[in-house]
Design a protein around this ligand. Structure first.
Ligand code: GLU
Length: 431
């Protein structure tokens, strides 16, 4: 297979500054909630650290005949409320600290929606855009084989995340099935629909984001019609929320992807942008727009800012430039604690990741249930159940926010950490 041209990733500034540690960020957020809940020391210790961290090394023969060893992780933060649940990402920037943070965010996210899952995350350090399909298939199967003992439909259920997709999930199901002797679809969610995937899973995170935005708009009496929206990260999540807010009458003034970005004060034509993206592999160069980078997009005059790329993008050095009234977190951990404090000072409403982007894992939950029952729901049924659950999660967070007079993020943490702590207490898992 022909080698593809090397692609240059655009990395956020903090990567060079080396001043961002994802797990430390996750720990700060947890500690705030733990303080409010006055947790027993053993519960605090149990929830502060992951239950398990597995590091695997995967030697792969590449297309050119050379061999390279890739490092991967699977972190299970919690299995207190059910099997661990969370995606697998392929990324050159993946690290154990990142997987630990993302795994703990999954625990809290599942608890906010009251799903019967704990939290996990996996990653492989690799450059997926510069690997062939054959190489990615080998890497996925080797990774699955290496983590096979700790995953399973009642233990830990992976799903897609950055640079993994339904094909990756199909390979995981196959590799796991080879090990146990039969194909077990419930070991993984986000599969192709023809092999047990759920209808509605593909755009689920974006759909869930939209349900939450609608609830926010009603709660603060902030009509969406005519609002200017900027989306940092026009990937799976960014593109699906773009279509929905566009339909709701918002004006999308800027979007970025890993190659760059485009802005247009009068609003981007989303259908034409999607066509451009399909043809060119990036939003860059879309007609009648000016170029913009992530920092420019964060500082752009707009009403709703949707970070939908990776963690740590809104940090202490750019938070003060945010002009939006609402930051709707499509990504996991896009706002650092220092940035959170700056945004609170400015009265910016931050709708936290563990609530806002929970639509993905919600539909994963429905996929898992359908797989275990070998009985399938229609798309309408999936969407209806997802909307109901997201609305309930929003109401629970708002109630906690009003009762405790805290930010929406703190409320989401108090709610979710409190739920996991309550289960731990009932289990009496103190040693
Ligand atoms: N990767 C997604 C997330 O971060 C989905 C996880 C899942 O469906 O298990 O929420």
């Amino acid at each position: 297979m022909a080698q593809r041209a090397k692609i240059q990733y655009i990395r956020p500034a903090f990567r060079d500054l080396r001043d961002y540690d994802p797990f430390m960020e996750a720990s700060h957020q947890f500690e705030k909630a733990a303080g409010c809940l006055d947790l027993e020391p053993w519960i605090y210790q149990r929830l502060k650290y992951p239950e398990r961290e597995l590091i695997v090394h995967l030697p792969i023969t590449l297309d050119d005949g050379s061999a390279e060893t890739f490092t991967g992780f699977r972190v299970q933060h919690s299995t207190v409320r059910g099997p661990a649940k969370g995606g697998i990402r392929f990324s050159p920037d993946a690290s154990l600290s990142e997987a630990k943070a993302l795994a703990s965010w999954m625990s809290w996210k599942c608890a906010v929606l009251d799903l019967p899952f704990g939290g996990a995350k996996g990653a492989v350090i690799c450059d997926p855009l510069n690997m062939s399909e054959a190489e990615l298939k080998k890497l996925t199967k080797a990774y699955t084989f290496a983590i096979r003992d700790i995953i399973g439909p009642y233990k830990d259920i992976p799903a897609p995340d950055m640079f993994t997709n339904e094909q990756t999930m199909a390979w995981i199901a196959e590799a796991y099935g080879q090990g146990i002797g039969y194909l077990e679809p419930a070991v993984v969610t986000g599969k192709p629909v023809h092999m047990g995937g759920s209808l509605g899973r593909a755009g689920a995170t974006g759909t869930g984001l939209y349900y939450i935005l609608r609830e926010v708009s009603k709660y603060i009496r902030y009509p969406l019609e005519g609002k200017r929206v900027a989306i940092l990260g026009y990937g799976k999540v960014g593109a699906s929320i773009a279509r929905l807010v566009d339909k709701a009458g918002c004006r999308i003034v800027a979007v970025t992807d890993i190659f760059g970005g485009v802005c247009c004060e009068n609003g981007l034509d989303i259908a034409a942008l999607d066509k451009h993206l399909e043809e060119n592999g990036s939003v860059v160069g879309f007609r009648n727009t000016s170029p913009i980078d992530n920092e420019g997009l964060i500082a752009l005059p707009c009403d709703i800012l949707i970070p939908a790329a990776m963690e740590g993008q809104i940090h202490k050095d750019n938070a003060d430039y945010v002009k939006a009234d609402i930051v709707l977190e499509g990504a996991n951990g896009p706002t650092t604690s220092e940035a959170d404090a700056i945004l609170a000072e400015k009265n910016t409403l931050v709708v936290p990741d563990i609530l806002a982007n929970a639509g993905g894992v919600m539909v994963s939950y429905l996929e898992w249930v359908q797989n275990l029952q070998r009985y399938f729901l229609t798309e309408e049924e999936v969407l209806e159940r997802t909307e109901k659950k997201m609305k309930q999660g929003f109401q629970d967070v708002v109630r906690t926010m009003e009762e405790n007079k805290v930010s929406m993020r703190e409320a989401a943490y108090i709610l979710s950490v409190g739920r996991v702590a309550q289960t731990l207490r009932s289990l009496g898992r103190e040693y």
